[in-house]
Design a protein around this ligand. Structure first.
Ligand SMILES: [Zn+2]
Length: 271
């Protein structure tokens, strides 16, 4: 299904070296990336830009710099998989900041509630990826970012998860990746993480959230198995040095799935 001949020759938008460096290098996932991989990522990002269409809301002007920022981050997930993993949709909608779409939620008692929670990003099944540019930019700012938080990697991980239906934390696995090993690693880690978040929540009043801050990944991962997969994907690329010691089996599965080893890159480069 994937990788038919000729895809490699699909149109690409050339990305100027200076623009590439200024837009991509500040992100944590770029640490230790060997020069040859960096060149492949730049080329992949150029093809990503040729295939996806960006639009801004609220008169947000989408600059070449912003497009390359998003393309670099989206492309790191599929560096060893191929852009075909993002086929079937093309729109990237960028809000200036967080957005709060009004939506109906049905609770366990069947009661419909109207909610409008602020969101940094959203991925639709078969539809667009929506991003808050403020969050995209903040993640590249050494002084402002929360290490391990990356809204672009998060939403594009959901897109991979959606290749086989609703995002449930189980993307299509490669041949040779037993389903049982994936399930065991993720189910155990998710259960453990939920317990840790509950415990940290209980302590929060006394320790001012210190236990929450000390968690190996964003507590939002405790929301659902689908969110857990997206959040550990952020950590896999951005802060593998925190994810691997906490959940080595999950790290090992992600390494097989993404066909990358960000922790080894850090060790090899001394970054
Ligand atoms: Zn999510």
């Amino acid at each position: 299904m994937f990788g038919w001949f000729g895809k490699r020759d699909a149109k690409a938008e050339p990305i100027d070296e200076g623009l590439w460096e200024s837009a991509s290098f500040p992100y944590l996932f770029m640490r230790g990336l060997p020069a040859a991989d960096d060149a492949r990522l730049r080329e992949l990002a150029g093809r990503f830009l040729a295939r996806k269409h960006f639009s801004g809301t609220h008169d947000l002007d989408i600059t070449p710099f912003m497009r390359v920022q998003v393309a670099a981050q989206a492309s790191i997930l599929v560096l060893e998989l191929g852009l075909e993993w993002y086929d079937g949709w093309s729109e990237i909608i960028v809000y200036p900041g967080q957005f709060a779409p009004e939506r109906e939620i049905v609770d366990e008692a069947g009661v419909v509630h109207l909610v409008n929670d602020a969101m940094a990003g959203e991925a639709w099944l078969g539809g667009p990826v929506i991003l808050s540019y403020e969050d995209v930019a903040m993640t590249s700012d050494e002084d402002a970012r929360v290490a391990g938080y990356n809204v672009v990697i998060h939403e594009f991980a959901h897109k991979l998860d959606m290749l086989n239906g609703d995002p449930n934390g189980l993307p299509p696995l490669h041949a040779g990746m037993p389903l049982g090993a994936w399930r065991k690693a993720f189910t155990e880690a998710y259960g453990d993480f939920r317990r840790r978040v509950d415990e940290a929540d209980r302590q929060a009043e006394e320790d001012d959230g210190a236990a929450l801050d000390a968690l190996p990944v964003d507590p939002y991962a405790a929301e659902s198995p689908g969110e857990f997969f997206a959040v550990v994907s952020e950590a896999f690329f951005e802060t593998p040095e925190r994810l691997e010691p906490a959940y080595p089996a999950v790290y090992a599965q992600l390494k097989q799935f993404y066909r990358q080893d960000p922790l080894a890159r850090l060790a090899d480069s001394g970054a």
